[in-house]
Design a protein around this ligand. Structure first.
Ligand code: NAD
Ligand code: DAU
Length: 349
């Protein structure tokens, strides 16, 4: 069936994998990628699909109310997959307002425009991509389920939680068909090197120190980004109205264990002496309000919609390292400009 789908934030890390999957898999769909191209947005992530007949890029900002309502009026989208956001916790600590503007106001703008143009809503869908961080932090045991109460603790997660609430409010108040998924930490190709894995891969390559926050004993649940995109595909097509689906890799690691594994693999890939990358580890000041542990129970998605991660962590990590080592130019382009300034400020002790 033909469908015109608006994907927001498609030039970013996860969005680019979602665009690639949908453009290649669904030739009948028209995929419109709306992105502001902030520091995190990069059209180099999409060069392999940019000339496909069923793909179009539109540059624009989701907080621009007039622009968004005109776009929806003109394009008459059938569905929205909403990924555009400010996504980095550290940046939300130094600049919270930007996160409120993009993640909250931007989402509400999209909801307003969808409500205004979707007269008959039965075959429409607003799919909101969210994070496990809305659930707060876990102790040593337990997992986040879809019914875990919201307890966001950083400006980033508070803004994402707020946007989730607005999406559900639109469903209850205006009968908007919606679905939400909350995913754990993604890793893979095309991720901006402010996030742990691409930052540390790049630093190891350049023999720079590896800044581990606090004692490094924080736990995250890692998922290969292409498995997240596959889950989004399944939820978009089979998810039930107003449902929430947790997405995770069943793959918990403390930061320090993960970093040591990365160092080992990098030594092998770079042909360096065993133990040489580990010597770059430097413990630095902790992130304020650092959430101790995230871990997702993704069994609802597996049981109801049949999704499971396709790769083991060892396979996904090896593919990821290979990608960054083979794409030095991508990394060099993205770390030119303001990146050094960000880096020096963020890691000044
Ligand atoms: P990213 O920072 O790599 O990409 C965000 C994209 O949004 C960029 O292309 C940027 O240019 C665009 N954007 C930002 N502000 C915009 C605006 N005002 N108007 C239009 N476009 C704008 O982020 P990501 O890691 O790919 O995350 C995508 C989504 O998935 C976010 O909503 C994030 O909260 C969510 N998420 C991320 C992870 C993760 O591990 N990265 C996990 C769970 C959920
Ligand atoms: O859980 C999902 C979330 O995962 C997403 O919603 C966010 O968009 C995404 O950025 C990610 O958030 P985290 O804060 O967990 O990711 P980050 O890569 O920033 O950090 C991962 C862990 O590594 C975290 O415990 C902090 C730590 N860390 C991070 C950096 C950048 C370090 O120890 N040193 C670092 O330099």
């Amino acid at each position: 069936m033909k469908k015109k789908i608006l994907v927001t934030g498609g030039a970013g890390f996860i969005g680019s994998h979602v665009i690639r999957l949908f453009v290649n898999k669904y030739e009948d769909y028209e995929i419109v990628n709306l992105d502001k191209l902030t520091y995190a947005g990069n059209l180099e992530n999409l060069t392999d699909v940019e000339n496909k007949a069923n793909y179009r890029f539109v540059k624009g900002c989701i907080t621009d109310k007039d622009f968004i309502s005109e776009l929806f009026e003109k394009e008459q989208f059938d569905a929205v997959i909403h990924l555009a956001a400010e996504s980095h916790v550290d940046r939300s600590i130094t600049n919270p307002l930007e996160f409120v503007e993009t993640n909250v106001m931007g989402t509400v703008n999209l909801l307003l425009a969808a409500k205004a143009t979707w007269k008959d809503k039965t075959d429409k869908l607003f799919y909101h991509i969210s994070t496990d961080e809305v659930y707060g932090t876990l102790g040593d045991t337990g997992l986040f389920t879809e019914t875990t109460p919201y307890d966001p603790r950083s400006p980033y997660s508070a803004a994402k939680a707020s946007s989730d609430h607005f999406v559900r409010a639109w469903a209850h108040t205006y009968d908007m068909p919606v679905v939400i998924s909350n995913c754990s930490n993604n890793y893979g190709a095309n991720q901006f090197p402010e996030k742990l894995l691409p930052l540390f891969i790049n630093n190891i390559r350049n023999n720079k120190s590896l800044p581990v926050y606090g004692d490094g004993k924080y736990t995250r649940d890692w998922l290969w980004v292409e498995d997240h995109a596959a889950a989004i595909d399944v939820i978009f097509h089979k998810g039930k109205n107003l449902e929430t689906y947790n997405i995770g890799g069943f793959n918990e690691w403390t930061n320090i264990d993960l970093i040591k594994l990365l160092c080992e693999q990098m030594d092998l890939k770079l042909g360096r002496e065993k133990g040489s990358s580990e010597k770059l580890i430097t413990y630095v000041k902790d992130r304020p309000g650092h959430d101790k542990r995230y871990a997702i129970d993704a069994t609802k998605l597996e049981r109801e919609l049949g999704w499971r991660p396709s790769v083991t962590f060892e396979q996904g990590l090896a593919k990821t390292i290979d990608w960054y080592l083979a794409n030095e130019e991508w990394m060099n382009n993205i770390t030119s400009g303001d990146y050094e300034k960000y880096y020096e400020k963020q890691y000044a002790q």
